[in-house]
Design a protein. Sequence first.
Length: 507
Amino acid sequence: MTSTLRPANANEAVKRPGRWLALSVLVLAVLLVAVDATVLGLATPYISEDLSPSGTQLLWIGDVYSFVIAGLLVSMGSLGDRVGRKRILLIGATAFGAVSVLNAYATTPEMLILARALLGVAGATLMPATLALIRNLFHDPRERSLAIGIWGATASAGTAVGPIVGGFLLEHFWWGSVFLINLPVMAVLVLVGVKLLPESKNTSPGPWDLLSVLLSLVGMIAAVYAVKEAATHGFGWESVAAGLLGAAALHGFVRRQFTLPAPLLDMRLFRNRGFSGAVLADLLTVLGMSGLVFFLSQYLQLVQGRRPFEAGLAELPAAIGAVAAGLVAGRAARRYSVRAVVAGGLAAVGLALAALTLLGQHTGYPLLGTALLVVGVGAGFSFTVTADVILASVPKEQAGAASAVSETAYELGAALGIALLGSVVTGVYKGFTAPAGTPEAAHESLGGAVEVAAGLPAHTSEALLEAARQSFVDGLTLASGVGATVLLAAAAAAWILLRGQKLEDTT
């Protein structure tokens, strides 16, 4: 298949030396974000003990990063297209490292929530820039597929490195140390990236429309907040008002894009069925998986009593599966079909989540490890191929905006998943029957129950922990069932929407 998007000088671009070294710098940025996302789950029990957040504050600590990054990704992707993707990447990486220090030394739940929000601002510059630079570094479709596979595999490796390194740090230092591991990665990225990364941008970008930026930010944050509030507290005036504000702002954003000569996001991209199908698949996949990811570390540590380092190792099969699948996903999609690989991967994840509904307090590791391996393989196939489809659907001048749409779907799915599935877990958990006289803090979170139990007589403490852990597991298995349903629905949607889609080839 001959690509209509391939530039005339593609052969020269393919032969340009240094593109693989440049890729090695880009994957450091991916590693930075992936490690940060995974270590938070391990640190959650320690944050609960030290800062004593409420259940709602704990959810905010988990998802405010995704709220902010989802609201800014399109704007930052478009900004990178205009001012230069290398420049925006290096500025963002520097800010990401600096704000990580603020996260590490937060002294109150409110301060940590603010620090996580600022980290979202910096993080919004990283992911779109890396994918856009890959689109401009690798014009040969097969090389680009491999580069995207390496990019995705590094993100998956980060999910493995994060818990293991984080677990080691948590056993020897305080919880804030898990954020400081961002600093050496950021330093290498900036120092090496200055020399190795080529600059690329849209040669005729038009102005960066600040009103569109504001509408996008307000619309995304308000919409996600509305879902979170409705899921946590039911429909009230706050959730309804936020939902209406979000809908109005997003409607205004879309209408404005159609009127601008150089829009922040070209809405005509969504007329491409492959582009829209890939974006929807990403959103639903992350939504269905995020509850498991956020609460799994708590299950391993607070329910099964594993140490942080051991809990990190226990999550390793998911990363191994994703790395292996990501590296061969492009080849598999060309040999079979895009929709077979994506839909098959999503169905596998859905079935693995369904198996996790059998979890109990004392479930042996073989079931959990096997399920995590299948989740990793399925997600690795799906995410790698959908990223390739999205990038190949647009001219390279719009790579930043298209990459931002892909990442927005990912982050929006994470925010919605933590809000919805997290609320399922929290709602079920709060309903457990505690021994008489148990402080209310025990019902806020499992970490709170563990802390309360430490100050109670042995018999009362044991009864409280048994009830709290069982209730937490009940919530986790229910959330896994909901996630399985979402993933199987996503597989069906991908099978329909990606019909006839093919990855580009060199001939």
